[in-house]
Design a protein around this ligand. Structure first.
Ligand SMILES: Nc1ncnc2c1ncn2[C@@H]1O[C@H](COP(=O)(O)OP(=O)(O)OP(=O)(O)O)[C@@H](O)[C@H]1O
Length: 567
């Protein structure tokens, strides 16, 4: 690795810091420092190594300065936020206060505006001074789409603390933006609290699944009453579903991108994915780890504080078709969370040119509908290795935004001291078939990394039973025997085999018949669905469908698991 390869990242870190984008800046600094450490370790010449160590120390100090500024802003924001809450009782209407409001607008270079209105009734209102929180001054912060107002410039205190390269007038209010865009505490809940159908167990289009089945046996006592039970008449949160009391309330997005948010709600949000643990065959160990890493922190948040703080993110990796998406959906169902599903395809094609803004809007929405799960499928294609030649500037920015948002939602999930407001729990679950392609910075944030392997013999049997539970099997079919011949097949392959075998009965009956003859058969009451699935049907399907995963692929996964797995 050449030192020049991280020079551009360092430059970006400094530019971001100079613009007041401290969080983004720190992501770059962390990346540079990690690369620098590796580079220094690879040097055999002690003189060169020493020189690079010196450079690293200087950079560490630089990054620490930025971190201090970020911390300071968080503290100020936390104080402002609790003041805002304290003032909730004497809530003044927007129009009452607007005459005394500072309109501070944060603006990204992509035009994403986040106006933050800070209203105060006493003291002078110098827009250039970042007001410290006061216990008694009525302060109200509300994220609303309003026109641009005076821009906040960096305070002299911040200015003095910056290194020389960063001392230049900052553009729009970066600090205020940071607190908005990255889930900072300064963002008082402006949207009305709505009844979440899912959280109240009333969402769903009716849970028509046949319960139990082969995969049953993973029911936890504490789960009862938590799960979306799929009562009819429900709907998606935000889509006007009804709660237990029959109330239909919609959560209002109050950010700057209402149209985008509405589109995202439509395309990516699922109030009730309606997949239960019992719908997933086997994967007992993965379910256990997920329960500990993702389900329990949402159920008993008070326990998961301090050293037991929940993981920033969870990665499910393994060969294709092994049930990673199903597991993510099951976590959302079991915890009654709103489920957001993102892939690089949705980001890349539908919203071309808007991806960075979309990521921000998505996380805002997830906080609005908290508790939520953001599922990033094919995370490798969104967060591939950075700094690779040919990497597009736009995708680099999306990656950085994702990293910033993952950090941000982890912070906003931590209860604010002295606050009685529940934290906005947003959990990031990601999945990939190519874990080795994931950018290091993202890998570090996906602290729990769970391997989802191909099914073993016992799991193949469960999958067969699960898939064939609605068809008639001929007496000669020995599923136990068949499951032993399914080594190397993925869960998806086995589902395909069962589907193919289940169609064979119909093929037998319809073979060689004209449409008129088939119509006649129907009129005579021939029910093809009663035609039993035979041993031959299953064997024929196995001959037709080959395993979709190569042994080489499995080997690569196992090697990566040894090096980076964390279960
Ligand atoms: N353990 C399982 N239990 C039940 N069905 C399974 C299981 N594993 C896979 N399947 C079947 O395979 C299909 C695909 O599963 P899923 O989409 O969760 O896999 P995936 O690992 O996310 O795949 P990809 O990596 O290709 O996105 C499911 O719809 C289901 O029919």
């Amino acid at each position: 690795m050449e030192p020049v390869s991280f020079q551009s990242q360092l430059q970006e870190a400094r530019v971001q810091a100079a613009d007041g984008e401290y969080r983004s800046s720190l992501v770059y600094y962390d990346g540079v420092l990690e690369q620098l450490s590796r580079y220094t370790r690879s040097l055999n010449d002690p003189y060169s190594a020493g020189k690079w160590q010196e450079a690293k120390k200087k950079l560490l100090a630089e990054a620490e300065l930025v971190r201090d500024l970020q911390r300071e802003i968080q503290i100020i924001a936390g104080g402002v936020s609790s003041n805002a809450r304290a003032m909730g009782q004497n809530a003044h209407s927007f129009s009452d206060l607007s005459s005394q409001a500072d309109h501070r607008v944060s603006q990204h270079d992509d035009g994403y505006r986040q106006p933050i209105i800070i209203s105060h009734r006493s003291e002078s209102s110098d827009p250039d001074v970042w007001r410290p929180p006061t216990r008694d001054g009525p302060i109200r912060i509300q994220a609303r789409a309003v026109g641009a107002g005076p821009v906040r410039t960096r305070s002299s205190v911040e200015e003095r603390q910056l290194p020389s390269w960063a001392q230049r007038p900052a553009p729009a209010s970066a600090a205020a933006h940071n607190n908005h865009a990255h889930g900072g505490a300064a963002r008082a809940p402006s949207a009305p609290r709505a009844v979440r159908p899912a959280a109240n167990g009333a969402a769903g289009q009716g849970n028509a699944r046949v319960g139990g089945g082969a995969a049953a046996g993973y029911e936890k006592p504490w789960r009862k009453g938590m799960v979306n039970e799929g009562q009819p008449g429900g709907g998606k949160p935000g889509g006007g579903g009804s709660g237990p009391g029959g109330q239909a309330k919609k959560k209002d997005y109050a950010g700057p991108d209402a149209d985008l948010a509405a589109q995202l709600e439509r395309d990516m949000m699922d109030g009730n994915p309606n997949i239960r643990w019992t719908d997933i065959a086997g994967l007992v160990e993965a379910k256990r780890v997920l329960e500990e890493a993702a389900v329990l922190p949402l159920i008993m948040p008070e326990y998961f504080t301090g050293i037991r703080k929940p993981f920033k993110g969870v990665l499910l990796y393994g060969p294709p078709g092994t049930g990673k998406t199903m597991l993510a959906k099951a976590v959302a169902t079991e915890t009654a969370c709103t489920f957001f599903s993102v892939t690089s395809a949705t980001l890349g094609s539908k919203y071309r040119g808007e991806s960075e803004r979309l990521v921000r809007c998505l996380f805002d929405l997830a906080r609005l509908h908290a508790p939520s799960i953001i599922f990033i499928d094919e995370v490798d294609s969104l967060c591939g290795q950075r700094g690779q030649s040919g990497e597009h500037e736009a995708s680099r920015r999306v990656k950085t935004e994702l990293l910033v948002q993952v950090d941000g939602c982890h912070n906003s999930a931590t209860p604010v001291e002295g606050s009685d407001e529940p934290p906005k729990r947003v959990m990031v679950l990601a999945a990939t078939n190519f874990p080795w392609d994931i950018d290091e910075a993202m890998r570090r944030r996906l602290e729990k990394r769970i391997y989802i392997p191909l099914p073993g013999a016992g799991e193949c049997l469960e999958l067969l039973k699960l898939n064939l539970k609605t068809v008639v099997l001929s007496e000669a079919v020995d599923l136990d025997l068949i499951s032993k011949q399914l080594e190397g097949y993925s869960g998806d392959d086995i589902t395909n085999i069962c589907r193919d075998a289940a169609m064979n009965g119909m093929r037998r009956i319809t073979q060689g018949k004209t449409p008129a003859e088939l119509k006649r058969l129907r009129e005579l009451g021939q029910d093809m669905s009663k035609e039993p699935v035979t041993l031959e049907d299953l064997q024929l399907a196995m001959k037709r469908i080959n395993p979709s995963v190569s042994p080489l692929d499995i080997k690569k996964h196992e090697e990566w698991r040894k090096e980076f797995g964390s279960e």
